[in-house]
Design a protein. Structure first.
Length: 348
C-alpha cells in the first residue's frame, strides 16, 4: 500500500524496497536495457506499492546524461548571495535526485570561461551562472555548447535566460509600507551610482512615491555598500532635512549605519524615524536594534526557478523545442520588523 507521507516517494525509496541499487532502479523505471527481467519486475512492483510517479525532468536527465549540473559563481563577493540561491537550486535538484557541483571564478571572466569549458569536458548536463546583481554577467554562449541559465545578474544579451530579483518592485514595497505608516518625509540612501541594483531600487522608490503623491526628501544619496556610508549619509541627511521621518535604504548594511547615526543624534527608531533595508541579510537585519524591516529577494526561489528553466533548456536542446529567452524578474517580499513597527520586534 502507498506510504503515508507529506511528500511524494523518491526513487531512492523505490530502490530500497526493491532491494536493488539506485542505478538499477533508474534504468528499470526509465525502460533502459541491461536490467534483468526479475530486477525490473521488483522495481516496478515497488514503484506501484509506493505510488511512485517518475518525474519527467529526472527521467529525461537521467537517460543517457550525467545527472549533474554545475553552478559557477562569478565573483567571490557574491558568495553571500550564492548560499541561499544554491540551497534553492539544490532543493529543486534533490526532488528529482540530481546533483550539483559548484566553482568560484573569483571575479575573473577568463577563469569563468575556463571553468565552463572544464565542466563541459566533465560532461555536466548544464550550467548555472550566478552573478552579483550589480554589474553585467559575462555570457558563456560562445565558449561552450552546454545549456546555460544565469541568475542574480543579467548578461545584456536577449538570447540568454536570466533570473533576477525584482529590485524595482521590492523597493516599491518598502516605500508603500512606509507610506501606509503615515510617513511623508521619506529619504533614500543607497549604494554606488550606476550599478543595476541601485538604479532599479531607486527607480522603484521614485515611481511608487510619485504614484502615492509623495516626493522623496532631497536627492538620492549614493555611496559605497557600507555601514560607514550609511552613518555619513544619515548625518548629512539630518543636517539638510531635520524633519525627515523615514529612510528607505538600498541595503541592510547601509541601513545598519543609518540606524546608528539616527540614534547617536537622539532620534528614536522607529518613533521619530522609520528605517527599511534591502536584502534581508541576517548579519545586519537581526543585529540592528531594533531589528530591520527589510526586502527579501527570495534567492532560494530564484535558484529553484533557474534550475527548472535549465531543465527546460536541456530538454529543448534534445527535442528541438525552443525555450523562450529573456529576463525573468521574480517578486520580492517585505519582512516587517521593529525598525518600522515596534510590535513586530521580538525585543518589544
Amino acid at each position: 500500500m502507498p506510504v503515508s507521507s507529506q511528500r511524494p516517494p523518491t526513487l531512492v525509496e523505490v530502490a530500497r524496497r526493491a532491494g536493488v541499487s539506485l542505478t538499477t532502479a533508474s534504468k528499470a523505471i526509465n525502460g533502459q536495457p541491461r536490467v534483468s527481467a526479475e530486477a525490473r519486475a521488483k522495481v516496478l512492483r515497488a514503484a506501484k506499492e509506493l505510488d511512485f510517479t517518475p518525474n519527467p525532468l529526472a527521467r529525461s536527465l537521467l537517460s543517457g546524461r550525467s545527472g549533474t549540473v554545475a553552478m559557477l559563481i562569478v565573483d567571490t563577493l557574491s558568495r553571500r548571495w550564492a548560499v541561499p540561491a544554491m540551497l534553492g537550486a539544490e532543493s529543486a535538484l534533490n526532488r528529482v535526485e540530481l546533483s550539483m557541483v559548484t566553482a568560484d571564478a573569483q571575479g575573473d571572466p577568463d577563469r569563468l570561461r575556463q571553468l565552463a569549458r572544464l565542466y563541459q569536458a566533465r560532461k555536466v548536463d548544464g550550467l548555472l551562472v550566478l552573478g552579483d546583481n550589480n554589474s553585467p554577467t559575462p555570457r558563456l554562449g560562445d565558449d561552450v555548447s552546454l545549456p546555460v541559465v544565469y541568475l542574480h545578474g543579467e548578461t545584456g544579451d536577449p538570447r540568454d535566460v536570466c533570473h533576477v530579483p525584482d529590485d524595482r518592485g521590492g523597493s516599491a514595497l518598502a516605500l508603500e509600507h512606509l507610506h501606509s505608516l503615515g510617513r511623508r518625509r521619506i529619504a533614500h540612501i543607497t549604494g554606488p551610482a550606476g550599478v543595476r541594483a541601485v538604479t532599479e531600487r531607486a527607480t522603484g522608490a521614485r515611481e511608487r512615491s510619485a504614484a502615492l503623491g509623495v516626493e522623496l526628501v532631497g536627492e538620492v544619496l549614493e555611496g559605497p555598500w557600507s555601514q560607514r556610508w550609511g552613518r555619513q549619509a544619515a548625518e548629512r541627511l539630518l543636517e539638510d532635512h531635520p524633519d525627515v521621518d523615514a529612510v528607505l535604504c538600498g541595503s541592510d548594511q547601509i541601513a545598519y549605519g543609518v540606524v546608528m547615526a539616527l540614534q547617536a543624534a537622539g532620534r528614536s527608531v522607529p518613533d521619530d524615524v522609520a528605517v527599511t533595508g534591502f536584502d534581508n541579510w541576517n548579519a545586519f537585519a537581526l543585529e540592528t536594534d531594533p531589528h530591520l524591516t527589510s526586502v527579501d529577494m527570495e534567492l532560494d526561489v530564484l535558484g529553484a526557478s533557474a534550475v527548472r528553466d535549465l531543465f527546460a533548456v536541456i530538454d529543448g536542446v534534445d527535442s528541438g523545442v525552443s525555450v523562450g529567452a529573456g529576463v525573468r524578474s521574480h517578486p520580492c517580499t517585505l519582512v516587517v520588523r521593529g525598525s518600522t513597527d515596534p510590535s513586530a520586534d521580538p525585543a518589544s
